[in-house]
Write a protein that binds this ligand. Structure first.
Ligand SMILES: [Zn+2]
Length: 266
């Protein structure tokens, strides 16, 4: 299996050893991902990295990747180095990372920062953000539906990221989690086994031009076939958690393993 290389990840490692980059390896390896935002509207990936480098011996906070509309910068080895190293992006002593994943985030998670606000194109920054998170899942064999947690869920008293940053680009945390799964499917060409399928054969008459999507119940999947109004389409069953279109996530599956949105037929 390969992963679609839509973007470049640029290594821009902080100097090690320093307070921000110890050089210690993640141990026992990459087990999950923490989604962050910078909390600083308008600050760019490059700007954050420069600030980290200049203050590397003063403060210990750090993250592996900064993503804006222009670039994906890796300042602690995560994807581009030999082995992933530790960054200090979640406080030790918080219980939720251990409860959810069995490890402290700093020992076993990659931290990814979303840059947003002012002159940063929110959509382009978002596209790179979900792509690189999906790429981490692919690289380390993580389930994209289960391996991402927002910083605010680990540290609810102190943090609001990435919910607050995403809000500025009109997106929710739930949307982020869904989009990462969709991106993973698109970039690997796999069908998401997390879709809940119910066998329920039937047929219906198409009312409007209907796109039959190849292999996955999302509008991002390639169109396998376009069916004209008045044609009868048959299905073997449906998934109840495909991509929501107009708020409706139900998609029918046909004999070929392709999908069409339930709102597209009578
Ligand atoms: Zn954070």
């Amino acid at each position: 299996m390969t992963f679609k290389e839509k973007y470049t990840i640029t290594p821009a490692y902080l100097t090690a050893p320093s307070k921000r980059r110890s050089g210690l390896l993640l141990s026992p390896g990459v087990k999950f991902i923490v989604a962050h935002d910078t909390g600083n509207p308008g600050s760019t990936a490059r700007g954050n990295r420069t600030y980290y480098e200049n203050s590397r011996n003063e403060m210990s906070a750090s993250a592996h990747l900064f993503v804006d509309d222009k670039e994906i910068l890796e300042c602690i080895p995560a994807l581009t180095g030999n082995k992933p190293e530790k960054a200090w992006h979640v406080l030790y002593g918080l219980p939720t990372d251990n409860q959810l994943f069995g490890y402290n985030a700093n020992d076993a998670a990659i931290g990814v920062e979303y840059c947003f606000g002012n002159n940063i194109n929110a959509d382009e920054s978002y596209r790179k953000y979900i792509w690189v998170i999906a790429k981490i899942c692919f690289t380390y064999g993580l389930d994209p539906a289960k391996s991402i947690v927002g910083h605010c869920f680990l540290d609810p008293k102190r943090k609001t990221d990435p919910v607050s940053g995403l809000l500025q680009s009109r997106r929710t945390y739930e949307q982020l989690l869904r989009d990462i799964v969709t991106e993973y499917i698109e970039c690997t060409g796999t069908v998401n086994e997390q879709y809940v399928y119910t066998s329920s054969p039937g047929s219906s008459i198409v009312q409007h031009r209907l796109n039959i999507r190849k292999g996955s119940p999302t509008t991002k999947a390639e169109v396998a076939e376009i069916v004209s109004p008045g044609t009868s389409v048959t299905y073997t069953g449906y998934v109840s958690n495909g991509e929501p279109v107009n708020g409706n996530p139900k998609w029918f599956k046909n004999e070929s393993g392709n999908y069409f949105w339930s709102g597209g037929i009578a």
